[in-house]
Design a protein around this ligand. Structure first.
Ligand SMILES: *Cc1c(COP(=O)(O)O)cnc(C)c1O
Length: 380
């Protein structure tokens, strides 16, 4: 009856979250301004202690970004030219980028059509192909895409058999659960990101590494501070500027306080989306025993659907959508010379053509969820 134009839906609504915690964030930032320890202030150690208690990893090392978190682990493992590292092709570029930084070979692995995560069978094909090419396999970087943990049981078995380490790329999955274990405890080391739009986001860049290995933790703390030894003017290895800002740590402490509640909300919203869309489209599947943090809620359009037209129609109805990822990494100019398991990655290519991510954040009310679902159904 009302003909007033409705405001467009927000894909991620950081403003709603901010309204909830603004007073506490203001107070936390003010405390940092008052003590003035902008680098490695007390909030950094406090955030690390809280993260470690939250996920159960013995060590949490906060750092400058998710990309740097991945890179620092590779530096700590002394990754170098001639070595091979395995990662999915259906991911954000940072996963493979850090391997290329160090001059090692990337081997792209296909993914599972339901979870969008690394396919262990394709991983085995890639490892054999890398050895046949004369490369030295050293490590695997599974990605917990859209918030669902990868198949760590099977990947760890393959890693153990082949003598490889596992570094989890949990940039999208911090807070997720895998058979009663938390992300952060599922691999030799786990990297996450606090980019603002990630489930646990700062108001700027940030990241963390989780590990139970005390020696690796100490090496990472050295690398993130220019390879410091006894002090910052004692340089025992080549490092980088990998620290998190104290202000971001202070903000993250306030965000972590509401994070479990937000994860519950994301799960409620995702399951309601799935109820509304059931029978209309292929909705996300979370394997039994796992809990996602729903960094994205991503559907698969039917074969032959005109994705661009569907997106345009939904946009006209005020519903934004996104495609993660339209061009897989093995087809990117910067990475197309790297190895590909079995020579082609059919599931990765299929998904790149048909995925569509819907608005997802913890503050989507039911009316807005209905509007998103209706827009998608009408667009199809
Ligand atoms: C966001 C993201 C990263 C990089 O994190 P930044 O904090 O932006 O550097 C790495 N891997 C995946 C899968 C991501 O989604």
């Amino acid at each position: 009856m009302s003909s007033a134009p409705r405001e467009p839906v927000r894909f991620v609504d950081l403003a709603a979250q901010q309204a909830r915690i603004r007073d506490r964030v203001d107070a936390a930032v003010k405390r940092v301004f008052d003590h003035g320890q902008y680098i490695m202030g007390p909030e950094v150690a406090e955030l690390e202690a809280q993260l470690s208690a939250h996920c159960g990893a013995a060590h949490a090392i906060a750092c400058s970004s998710g990309t740097d978190a991945l890179a620092m682990v590779l530096m700590a493992k002394d990754v170098r030219p001639g070595q091979a590292i395995f990662c999915p092709a259906f991911t954000f570029v940072a996963t493979a980028e850090v391997v290329a930084w160090l001059g090692a070979h990337v081997w792209f692995v296909d993914v599972d059509a339901d979870t969008f995560n690394m396919d262990p069978t394709s991983l085995e094909v890639a490892i054999a192909a890398a050895r046949a090419a004369g490369h030295a396999p050293v490590g695997i970087i599974p990605v917990d895409l859209f918030g669902i943990p990868a198949d760590y049981d099977r990947i760890s078995q393959i890693a153990a058999r082949e003598g490889l380490w596992v570094l989890g790329d949990a940039a999208q999955s911090y807070g997720a659960r895998y058979h009663n274990r938390q992300v952060g405890t599922l691999a030799m080391a786990t990297a996450t990101s606090f980019f603002p739009a990630k489930p646990l986001g700062a108001y700027g860049d940030g990241g963390a590494v989780f590990t139970d290995d005390a020696e690796l933790a100490a090496t990472l703390r050295s690398i993130l501070f220019h390879g410091k030894g006894a002090n910052q003017y004692d340089n025992v290895r080549v490092g980088m500027t990998g620290r998190i800002d104290t202000v971001q740590a202070a903000i993250l402490i306030e965000k972590l306080a509401i994070f479990d509640d937000e994860i519950e909300a994301r799960n409620r919203i995702a399951s309601r989306y799935s109820d509304l869309l059931k029978g209309h489209i292929a909705t996300p599947k979370v394997p039994a025993g796992l809990q996602s943090v729903w960094a994205q809620y991503t559907v698969k359009l039917p074969e032959g659907a005109d994705r661009a037209a569907i997106q345009a129609h939904m946009k006209d109805l005020g519903v934004p959508t996104a495609v993660y990822y339209p061009k897989p990494l093995h087809r990117q100019d910067a990475y197309s010379h790297h190895g590909v398991a079995g020579g082609e990655l059919p599931v990765t290519d299929m998904l790149s053509a048909c995925v569509l991510s819907l608005p997802m954040h913890p503050y989507l009310d039911e009316e807005t969820q209905d509007r998103v679902a209706d827009a998608l159904i009408s667009a199809m």
